[in-house]
Design a protein around this ligand. Structure first.
Ligand code: DC
Length: 221
């Protein structure tokens, strides 16, 4: 079994990079943020406030979450195409503060990693979800650079984009994700630090492949 754990703030390109690493090493790719986003979507749909612990707890009692083949399932429905909005990003950051929500996502994530070799990315994978992972990486980039990448992505997709607004949202989510009481985003002491600010996507993938080779002797398939 090989478990590659990647943590880092939002907009760092973790998903793009982790997917490519999964293909190269024949691993299952698990996006834990997508599961928090699916729970956030349900709370928006059902009008359950993200800070109402009792209401969120009872909502979760009748909620199933799963992640496979790059898709996230909420109560059996593929919601992958519905969770990449600003509203859901902020709601996911809000609702992920609750231990009851984290327990739900952690249970699904740990189960998958117990039956498959994985590359799993999120905020607390190295620190809490898979602290025994063979490879642990903390990936980050300067907030201005993450905002610029996101801004360019939106423009290329022909969507409206406001750099200042994107930058503000990135900073707000960074603060919230790293200052919550329970399982905040932080670098695990034994995680490799990777600043991708000035790396291309290919350089970033190669850097992670090199860390995997160094830690495990595993060479890409
Ligand atoms: O990686 P992402 O942007 O899709 O994550 C959305 C939100 O979910 C993020 O702002 C905080 C939360 N999250 C978390 O608390 N722990 C994780 N392991 C992954 C995401």
């Amino acid at each position: 079994m090989l478990r590659v754990a990647i943590d880092g703030p939002g907009g760092t390109g973790k998903s793009t990079i982790a997917k490519a690493v999964a293909v190269r090493f024949g691993l299952e790719y698990i996006d834990t943020g997508a599961m928090y986003r699916a729970i956030a979507l349900k709370s928006v749909r059902t009008g359950v406030p993200a800070d109402d612990v009792e209401a969120v707890t009872s909502m979760l009692e009748t909620t199933t979450i799963d992640f496979s083949d790059n898709h996230v399932y909420l109560d059996g429905e593929d919601v992958s195409g519905l969770i990449r909005t600003n509203e859901i990003s902020m709601r996911a950051s809000d609702i992920s503060k609750l231990p009851v929500v984290r327990a739900k996502v952690d249970a699904v994530s740990r189960h998958i990693a117990s039956v498959k070799s994985v590359v799993m990315e999120g905020r607390d994978i190295c620190t809490e979800v898979l602290p025994d992972a063979e490879v642990k990486i903390f990936m980050t980039a300067a907030p201005e650079i993450r905002a610029r990448r996101r801004y360019n992505q939106l423009l290329e997709a022909g969507k409206p984009a406001d750099y200042d607004q994107i930058f503000d949202e990135i900073q707000k989510r960074d603060y919230q994700d790293s200052h919550r009481d329970y399982h905040p985003l932080r670098q695990a002491e034994d995680a490799e630090f990777l600043d991708t600010s000035y790396m291309t996507i290919d350089e970033n993938i190669d850097a992670i492949a090199a860390i995997i080779n160094e830690k495990t002797g595993n060479t890409a398939v």
